[in-house]
Structure formats: C-alpha cells, structure tokens
Design a protein around this ligand. Structure first.
Ligand code: SF4
Length: 216
C-alpha cells in the first residue's frame, strides 16, 4: 500500500520544522535521539531528504500512531502526517476526543523515500530509532496505519484488510491496526475507515490491556 500523503496538495504556508515536545524525565535521551535522527546517514535516503521526520505529539501520549514513511509535505516541514492524510487522521483523532497532547505520531521510516516507495532495507536501518522512540515514550497503546507499519510492529499479522479494526498485541503492547488514511480512495474503504474508528473508540474506552472489545 502507498504510504503517504498527497504530494503537497492543498497545503498551507511552509515554515521551519516545529519542535516536538521532549518527554518529561527522558528529555535528554529524547533530544539526543532526535539529533541523531536529524543527522543520520545510515541509509541512502538521507541524500534525498529535506528534513528527517522525527515526531509530532505530546510528551506522554496515551496512544502512539505509527505510520509508514514521510511524504512530500512531511519532508518539507520535518513533521509527520501534516499533509492530506494527516488532516484526515487529525480529524479522526479529534472526533474520538483525543487532544494533541494525548497522541504521538511517528513513522517507521524517518526520511522520505524517493517516489514514495517504501524501502524495506532502509526500514531495517531505521528500525533502532523506532524502537528507541517507543522505549522512551512508553505508550500504553499503539495504532498502526497501513500494511507496512503493521508489518513493522507485528510481522506475523494477517493482511491489513483482514485485521484492521481488530485489537492485537505487538512489542508487548496493545495494538490497533488501521488502514492507511492515504489509501482511502473508495466509498467501501471510507465506510471501513469509519467503522474501524468507531471500534478504535470502544477499544480506547476499554480495559487498559487493550485486548477486550465489544463485537461490532
Ligand atoms: S531513513 Fe532512517 S536510517 Fe535512513 S537516513 Fe533516514 S533516519 Fe537514517
């Protein structure tokens, strides 16, 4: 599945990357990790990036949303999910009553792949950053967006359209997979997105281990 926002379509004025909050009590480790990512040359994607895209969200999120890779707008601004798909995501999260501080948003790949084609080898090089981000943020729950993010968190998961909207566990945490908001290009998928978001709301209101959910 394609992993990103439309390339700058309908975007607002551009500006310098905004600083993300540093998690309390781990701010040194977070700031250091952020600098590492922003100057990383571990894989060839660093050559074509404008900005590495590290994180957007609260210092102690109750939910971390994991996407696949930055798109053009994200690359320009150095922030994840700030294009069209990001607006769809933000609208959905706000409708669930989640504030910006309660959510963290990041990607498996920190640098935009040319042509928006996900690069598995780059994801392997980039993986330690994802693990270190999750270790510092220590979120009670995870949401994955799209097949690549789901596979990164839970390599044994069924195909995304089979398990989106169904709570799982991955990396020792409750995980709720969703289809990627950039992939919603049909009425059927738009309905699926809304149904899955309703299920996400129930899951968020459910037990803290995140596993129980009322049947739809
Ligand atoms: S994609 Fe990840 S590993 Fe590759 S240069 Fe960017 S930060 Fe480094």
């Amino acid at each position: 599945m394609a992993a990103r926002d439309a390339d700058g379509e309908g975007m607002g004025p551009l500006g310098p990357p905004e600083p993300a909050a540093a998690p309390d009590g781990s701010s040194l480790a977070w700031s250091s990790l952020r600098r590492e990512v922003e100057t990383c040359t571990r894989c060839p994607l660093h050559r074509s990036r404008t900005h590495a895209v590290f994180y957007r969200g609260g210092a102690r999120p109750r939910l971390v949303v994991v996407g696949e890779a930055p798109g053009a707008e994200e690359d320009r601004r150095g922030l994840p999910f700030v294009g069209r798909a990001g607006r769809r995501l933000d609208t959905a999260l706000a409708a669930l009553g989640l504030s910006e501080e309660e959510v963290g948003i990041l990607n498996v790949l920190k640098c935009r792949p040319p042509g928006n084609r996900f690069v598995p080898a780059a994801a392997r090089s980039c993986r330690p950053y994802l693990d270190r981000q999750l270790a510092i943020l220590d979120p009670p729950r995870l949401v994955s967006l799209g097949a690549r993010a789901l596979a990164a968190l839970d390599p044994g998961a069924p195909p995304i359209l089979r398990c989106a909207g169904q709570p799982r566990r991955a990396l020792g945490r409750p995980l709720f997979p969703l289809v990627h908001p950039a992939a919603i290009r049909s009425r059927a998928l738009a309905r699926r997105w809304q149904d899955d978001l309703a299920a996400l709301g129930s899951w968020l209101d459910g037990p803290s281990d995140g596993t129980a959910r009322e049947p739809l």
